[in-house]
Design a binder for this molecule. Structure first.
Ligand SMILES: Cc1cc2nc3c(=O)[nH]c(=O)nc-3n(C[C@H](O)[C@H](O)[C@H](O)COP(=O)(O)O)c2cc1C
Length: 187
């Protein structure tokens, strides 16, 4: 089987619109309903919603306190748009750092889950993010694990990576399958 992968010259938010266009094409080609998006502020999810209002969309933000205090980094104007369209917005523990980050922050060293994250970053930040948010969404009961979904992630802001995957739960993480890469940054 031959399939197209779009490689971006640089990582980052400038690739957001192109990723969404490619996701829309692949969604139609494969008949995929569920899309899970990493969107800290909610903006990338709003853009996906505007492009694919028929999708079963899930928007994942950072856990509270990722940056500061108990703060959740969502922005009210995007939350309102997502809520009006009944898009679930989920903030929970990050599946590819979790308590492991608390251990390494306090005691140094690295935990196995952080090594998994580092290995997925060999592809791109976004590939790691796509896997991470798909586990989080499955554990929250927001996406199925018996059907392919499209996951979208990026490098800090906006999105530059999209994959087709079959998700899994945290407890059977290694059952997750990345079936297709739609787009990722090359460097
Ligand atoms: C749970 C979660 C984990 C993330 N981890 C990373 C990461 O490890 N590296 C990275 O560059 N971006 C990471 N991001 C950022 C996303 O890949 C994406 O660029 C961002 O959520 C887009 O947000 P926006 O819609 O506000 O622009 C993460 C986002 C979320 C929600």
């Amino acid at each position: 089987m031959e399939k197209k992968i779009n490689y971006f010259e640089n990582p980052g938010a400038e690739n957001t619109d192109k990723v969404i266009e490619l996701v829309k094409e692949r969604k139609e080609e494969l008949g995929i309903e569920n899309i899970v998006v990493a969107s800290v502020s909610g903006l990338s999810s709003v853009k996906v919603l505007e492009s694919m209002p028929d999708a079963k969309l899930v928007s994942i933000t950072h856990h509270a306190g990722f940056r500061d205090g108990d703060e959740v980094e969502l922005e009210a104007e995007y939350v309102e748009k997502l809520e009006n369209a009944n898009v679930p917005i989920y903030a929970g523990s990050h599946s590819l750092s979790g308590v492991g980050r608390g251990i390494s922050n306090k005691f140094g060293g690295v935990t196995p889950v952080e090594i998994i994250a580092g290995t997925l970053r060999l592809f791109s930040q976004g590939v790691k993010v796509c896997v991470e948010i798909s586990i989080m969404a499955a554990d929250a009961g927001l996406i199925p694990t018996d059907k392919e979904v499209i996951a979208i992630g990026g490098t800090a802001k906006g999105v530059d990576t999209a994959v087709v995957l079959k998700s899994a739960h945290m407890s059977n993480f290694f059952d997750l399958r990345i079936n297709e890469i739609i787009a990722m940054p090359r460097p």
